[in-house]
Write a protein that binds this ligand. Sequence first.
Ligand code: MRU
Length: 344
Amino acid sequence: MNLPPETLFLDDANSALVILDQSLLPTEVKYIHLTALEQVYNAIKELKVRGAPAIGVAAAMGLYIHMKGFFRPDETDAATFMAEMERASVYLASSRPTAVNLRWALQKMIHAVKSCKAGGASELLNKLRKSCEQIKTDDIEANKQIGKYGAALLKPGMGILTHCNAGALATAGYGTALAPIYTAHENGMLLRVYADETRPVLQGARLTAFELQHAGVDVTLICDNMAATVMANGWVDAVFVGCDRVAANGDTANKVGTHGVAILAKRFGIPFYVCAPLSTIDKDTPAGADIVIEERDPAEVTEMFYAQRMAPEGIKVFNPSFDVTPAELITAFITEKDILYPPF
Ligand code: MRU
């Protein structure tokens, strides 16, 4: 099976975080080298790297690259190193507010350094490099486990609907919502996938369609407002989506439009599965109403991807990037440890 080009990797020799620029997909496969903290911040904010787990790994690797540049042998002591690392983490964490994996990965980096007993700043730097590589390895491993658990729910010929892109491109590799589909495909099970285009920035049309087609999976692209039609036609047996943050009560933030799909799934009696590594569960956020929802540039709705502006100049635009699906609409969470059924 052909997975899509690698999402991101560390080029330590050139002190760079290398990312696949997802804003150019599917027409151009181009890697860019990020060597400065501001470049990493902007790449996350501008969705060049996106998807909750992927931005966590990007931030961790970006933090390491920054600290490598900051570190001066014989000059930087451990306290100065720590202070700069905390400052840079706060800055990177502010690039996008909703996905908890971003904050989680940065906290993991800080914890790794704090728990490092021996030595000075050079040991701390070494620890940071190992930690960010480990976060990436662990993410891929978790996704493969999600794939295994999720694939056990599938049967040959089933139709799966997915929203946004929670595939290999949204993670360090293999994906979350697409992982069960990849595992089933690797085992020779033929499925049909319906990919919502996912307005406004079309992660479904540009990314999910790209990566599933690349892998040889039977994928059909639909506009967001066609989900009820394919469900009413009896073509959808299950919905698989990813998520950006699960609150302690099970309410789940994911790309805007997910809530509507969940309501439709309930109406048509279709199971609605949320696939996520445990790092996406945020026990510090009690309920969905406490999740900060990112609002993005109105131009994403009125101009982006159109040959010319298609909405009136000056029109008011509401452009939330995520919505919250109440726990009661979720059939189960598929994690790397188990499938979690209610009560959550
Ligand atoms: O704005 P994006 O493209 O970062 O939104 C991505 C999603 O909503 C994904 O479904 C979510 O991050 C899970 S990715 C495994």
